[in-house]
Design a protein around this ligand. Structure first.
Ligand SMILES: Nc1ncnc2c1ncn2[C@@H]1O[C@H](COP(=O)(O)OP(=O)(O)O)[C@@H](O)[C@H]1O
Ligand SMILES: [Mg+2]
Length: 434
């Protein structure tokens, strides 16, 4: 009968209604009953008639001549006719609910346990409360374990969203790097051939290698030089090298961007420019935009913000990715940065599909996605929301179906006071970033 009231019931002899008050008080003095607050009063057939408590007796005896006047009276005339009764098969929770609902303060009676309408035993209120307390403690332990497991699995999900976007980025970047790499190789081969052709002219001019007279040598060298000029040209060759340098620079820029982004799990704080974060994310998302999406930038001068740049980059990358995915065919993404009161603001406006209000309500929910498997995890915006909140900022969205969507991110400008001596009087949460 684990969990029922049976475990708390002690078999204590009940008293008949005719027993005299002074006899009852003698019973209460016995060792066996020293922890019991009240005794059940039971009829011969076992039905419960009431209860009598130490407290009631005490009140009777406290009256002037109480014992003399009332000691011989039967318990029936003083008993409580509505005692606390709990059925044997009730659960601890049910019993505790019933008892706490009917109990009076101070606690002067214990509860009577009944079985099929007859007296069964007596249970102490204090034992019941202790049993309840143990239960609550166990439940809260279980709850906190479950919470711990939930947090751990959420952490894994956030990690997997990071890995997914990292994977996408790497694929995109490999593609991006391939294009300049292709023409860098091509150009180097061309320059190599050009150098060989120029080498023919130079070798012809070398007296050791020439066999004929000077005029022949010069003629031959001139022919080679002409051939070089016709085939390659000095200027064109120099141009090739310039293009090559440009391509190499592009590649190293992509690589350094990838380096910034691959540190996604680092939450180190640094002073960063919101426009540079946007540009960095834009660079990573280039392969999504290709020729189909025009980017319009309207950047104001903004102060640096204190943030984890890799996390802010992750937010922007997700917003740009979402915008690009919302645009079917050609479209435009407008990026703005500006200052509003004590905040730096970044807004991303797209000419994509837009969202109906019912959909918009759910976009920050974890796992909410309208995209196919592999296209979306449904975690991007919920993670973005977390990141911005942790930075003390806000993320807002406005959208019109068929017209487009605008996400606005506001991040606090670090106050000068936070860095000066008198700023240290402020409560710690003002300066903290959670
Ligand atoms: N710019 C946008 N335009 C239209 N719908 C959007 C836009 N950004 C987000 N959404 C909607 O919000 C959903 C959730 O976005 P997100 O949390 O980033 O997850 P995912 O991109 O993996 O689906 C998307 O599936 C999409 O329906
Ligand atoms: Mg997304």
């Amino acid at each position: 009968m684990e969990g029922t009231i049976a475990g708390l019931s002690a078999s204590i002899e009940a008293i008949p209604p005719e027993l005299a008050i002074s006899e009852v008080s003698n019973l209460f003095l016995s060792d066996a009953l020293q922890d019991i607050l009240s005794l059940p009063v039971v009829l011969e057939d076992g039905r419960i008639a009431g209860s009598i408590s130490r407290y009631q007796l005490m009140r009777i005896f406290f009256r002037p001549y109480g014992r003399e006047l009332f000691g011989k009276r039967p318990v029936r005339s003083f008993m409580n006719t509505t005692p606390l009764i709990v059925a044997l098969d009730q659960s601890i929770e049910q019993a505790a609910q019933h008892v706490t609902r009917h109990i009076t303060a101070p606690v002067t009676e214990d509860f009577i346990v009944s079985h099929e309408g007859r007296y069964h035993g007596i249970g102490r209120v204090i034992d019941l409360l202790q049993a309840m307390e143990a239960r609550v403690r166990r439940h809260s332990q279980e709850l906190s374990q479950a919470y711990g497991r939930l947090k751990a699995s959420q952490g894994q999900l956030i990690q997997s969203e990071k890995m997914a976007s990292l994977g996408q980025m790497v694929a995109g970047l490999a593609h991006e790097i391939n294009t300049p790499l292709g023409y860098v190789r091509n150009n180097v081969e061309l320059v190599n051939a050009a150098l060989n052709a120029a080498g023919d002219a130079i070798r012809a001019l070398n007296p050791d290698a020439s066999t004929g007279d000077d005029a022949d040598t010069l003629d031959e060298a001139r022919r080679y030089a002409l051939a070089f000029e016709q085939e390659y040209g000095l200027e064109d060759t120099a141009g090739l090298l310039e293009d090559t340098l440009y391509g190499v620079r592009q590649i190293s820029e992509l690589v350094s961007n990838l380096k910034t982004f691959s540190r996604l799990d680092q939450a180190k704080l640094a002073a960063a420019s919101i426009s540079e974060c946007l540009d960095s994310a834009l660079m990573i998302a280039r392969h999504l935009l290709k020729d189909r999406i025009e980017i319009v930038k309207q950047y104001d001068e903004t102060p640096l913000i204190e943030c984890s740049p890799s996390q802010i980059n992750q937010v922007f990358l997700n917003l740009i990715t979402n915008a690009a995915q919302a645009i079917d065919g050609n479209g435009r993404i407008t990026l703005r940065t500006y200052v509003e009161e004590s905040h730096v603001v970044a807004s991303l406006q797209d000419t994509g599909s837009g969202m109906a209000p019912e959909l918009m309500k759910r976009i920050f929910d974890p796992f909410f996605t309208t995209k196919d498997v592999g296209q979306g995890t449904g975690l991007g915006l919920s993670i973005s929301y977390q990141i911005i909140k942790q930075h003390g900022g806000q993320i807002r969205v406005a959208s019109k179906p068929g017209k487009g969507t605008r996400f606005t991110i506001r991040l606090p400008i670090p106050t000068a006071a936070a860095n000066t001596a008198d700023g240290s009087d402020r409560p710690p949460m003002e300066a903290s970033h959670g």
